[in-house]
Design a protein around this ligand. Sequence first.
Ligand code: HEM
Length: 316
Amino acid sequence: MASTEKISAFPYPFVENNVYRYSNNAIPLNPPIAIEVTDSYIEELNLKRGLLKMHPKRCFHSEPHTMDAQWEALDLILNQLAEYYPEKFKLVTNGGHWIFNNLHKGEKQSFTFGDPTTLDREPLDFVGRHVQEDLILMMQRDGDLFLDAGQLCFPANWSLYFDAGMSFKEIHTPIPGFQSASLDERILQFLMRIEAGSPWWRKNWSLMAGNRLDTSLETFAEWGQARKKVTKENVGELVHLRVEVQKLFRLPKSNGILFTIHTHMLPLEQFIKHTPWLEQFSSILQELPDFIADYKGISLYREVVLEYLEKELEKR
Ligand code: HEM
């Protein structure tokens, strides 16, 4: 289950500011790559496929009208895998006949682009089984965005089954303060203006007791208890910084938005080795308002983490 990674590859989520608040922190994505293949690729793919097999309803959802957008997402991702990781993936297209070769996994698939009968699964479900990212399709209509398809195996305490079909604002209702100053409306307007060929990205962060990637709302009883088990002896090993790299791509034909989420985790004992990170995160966590700490689920053990960070700072 462990899926932590090297400190050098970790996407540190904070910018200059020592204060963290919810904001539209999306920036242009350069180079415009929707996916990233890391050292944990095989391990995370196996975990994903196991979850999809055991919990298909929890991990995949699609409305019939998303089929064109699903093919566009497959097109974008398979082409990027072959372009950016040519030693691991090959894609040969001959008119509508495509052959995708996942050399890393030792799998080859031929199919006719646009013909669902030539794939064993729906296009989004197929392509999601070849990348570490969770994949969400937001469809745009009536001046709004709706979560009409997704493959989600590594949610940070939310449910695809529950959120299926919801609008952008409905999805974000549980977040305290997200409606104030019309933040949700401003982000929705920003999303609806995203243009094909100009993708965006942002990082979201949280702390988590344990290192499970599959922290679905449905299994909270299995992993949520670890929050009560954080002590000053185990905090460095048990508590992880969990960062989601989220990317947003407009799909030009269907006008949908592909939202990819790549989840990274680093135990605090690794994280604090980098002194500037230790210093900044210590200030941010100290100042973090209770309503954000509560929502992120870190209030139960925040004090233990703060004491640990302070002790480490004293040693520098
Ligand atoms: C368009 C695709 C997006 C989808 C499908 C999505 C989905 C979600 C979901 C399901 C949650 C958890 C809500 C819960 O507690 O049930 C969430 C949290 C959140 N989202 Fe989004 N989101 C999207 C885009 C964005 C964008 C573009 C922003 C900001 C620019 C954003 C900001 C946030 C924030 C701040 C949180 C709270 C996270 C935390 O404190 O850990 N989201 N989002």
